[in-house]
Design a protein around this ligand. Structure first.
Ligand code: ADE
Length: 412
């Protein structure tokens, strides 16, 4: 099958990006050794919808090295890196991905990936599963199972399973300890601020940052904002999480109250219309709006455009100003799409090594055990293997329980 990428001439830059991260992903390196020796994925056809940047390319190539045919697209219209896509297509992987596609092309690229007639899936946000339960449902019977990357995707899968419609087993990689404790918290924390800072070239110290949502991602974004010297306000709908934010030292209030105070707003709720008309009407002049949640529905961009009396080009194509009837201007980053990927390179390499180690091992586990359709956790031994492999790579030892300690813990 032929790839669809923007321009193969971009491949050298993509190879350089892939090389940079490959040597910094020791968990995937361990898996690679075994894959090259044993080819445990031989005969499998793996369809992937993940944000297509360099670390993702390492995962896709790894699965190919394990013996599988692999086809990949990007899980967001703005997050494919065209140089990486070109390079990956020269490494034995079928790539259907381009940056900046419209909704119809995004759909087409996903359909092309499904033309592989996959036996296994990796999904980020449920994009492949949505189609395998829609117009491509005849292919679902050939799917042995898949692995889901995000909180949003897992939430959607659970809804599908609860209604009795999920047609194959899916492993919730997001929920593994070695995923959400690191990727969601430290990954989103760092990559979101990286995206915002490189796009705006503004200082964070001394500013007020409003973080909407205090799940693992929100905790990371808030903590890193504090580390950069900002005062943090958290908005939440969950009273337990609101208490957590308060005791972590942040201010807590409803978005309507926070709107006039924020210099930066970051939405990470997984829900829609978190910042909408009634907030725009009160928002501080010059405020910067960014989203780090999976879908571009958290900042109500349509309402913003409808309210604005003028749209103003920003310092680069990822910054757009909206002048409101009040005379205030708010600046939206990356069209309200995932700022860490649409305006950055995604999470740091060492963190994606953990997540993608879990992804590869989850696929192997799907081949090793029969499962009925449903949503399953990553097996605990896989989580521990990733944790131990990372420590080993860092040259860090830890203590072992003595026999006496183990007996003490298991006695009543
Ligand atoms: N790189 C690839 N997939 C990613 C994700 N889901 N979040 C952040 N960075 C990524």
């Amino acid at each position: 099958m032929k790839s669809t990428v923007k321009d193969l001439a971009l491949a050298p830059a993509g190879h350089a990006k892939i090389e940079w991260v490959t040597g910094r992903m020791p968990v995937l390196a361990q898996i690679r050794q075994r894959y090259l020796a044993n080819r445990p994925l031989a005969g499998q056809r793996i369809a992937i919808s993940l944000h297509l940047e360099a670390k993702t390319a390492v995962l896709a190539e790894l699965l190919h090295q394990g013996g599988a045919e692999v086809a990949i697209t990007s899980s967001n219209p703005l997050t494919a890196q065209d140089d990486v896509a070109a390079a990956l297509s020269e490494r034995g992987v079928i790539v259907h991905a381009r940056c900046g596609v419209d909704a119809a092309t995004f759909e087409q690229l996903h359909q092309k990936v499904l033309d592989l007639e996959p036996t296994l899936l990796i999904d980020d946000g449920g994009e492949l599963t949505e189609r395998l339960h829609g117009n491509r449902h005849p292919l679902a019977k050939g799917v042995r199972g898949g692995a889901e990357e995000t909180t949003t995707g897992v939430t959607r899968l659970r809804a599908l399973a609860a209604s009795g419609r999920l047609r194959y087993p899916m492993i919730a990689v997001n929920d593994a300890d070695m995923k959400h404790l690191f990727d969601n918290r430290y990954g989103t924390g760092q990559s979101t601020w990286d995206g915002i800072m490189r796009t705006t070239n503004l200082v964070v110290a001394g500013k007020v940052v409003v973080v909407a949502g205090y799940g693992w991602c929100g905790k990371g974004v808030a903590e890193r904002a504090r580390g950069l010297g900002a005062e943090v306000i958290v908005t939440e709908v969950d009273p337990v999480r609101a208490n957590e934010a308060l005791m972590d030292g942040h201010r807590v209030m409803p978005m309507l109250a926070a709107a006039p105070h924020g210099d930066f707003f970051v939405t990470v709720t997984g829900n829609r219309s978190v910042i909408t008309t009634r907030h725009f009407e009160r928002i501080k002049d010059g405020a910067i709006l960014a989203n780090a949640g999976h879908f571009d529905v958290e900042v109500d961009v349509q309402a913003l455009a409808g309210l604005a009396v003028q749209e103003i080009p920003g310092r680069n194509p990822l910054v757009k100003g909206y002048r409101l009837p009040s005379g205030q201007t708010v600046w939206l980053l990356a069209e309200g799409r995932l700022v860490n990927l649409a305006a950055g390179d995604g999470h740091p390499t060492e963190i994606m090594d953990l997540t993608f180690g879990l992804q590869a091992r989850a696929l192997e586990d799907l081949l090793a055990r029969e499962r009925a359709p449903g949503v399953y956790p990553v097996p605990a031994e896989v989580d521990r293997w990733v944790a131990q492999t990372r420590l080993q790579a860092l040259g860090l030892g830890i203590d072992q329980l003595t026999a006496e300690q183990a007996a003490y813990l298991s006695a009543f």
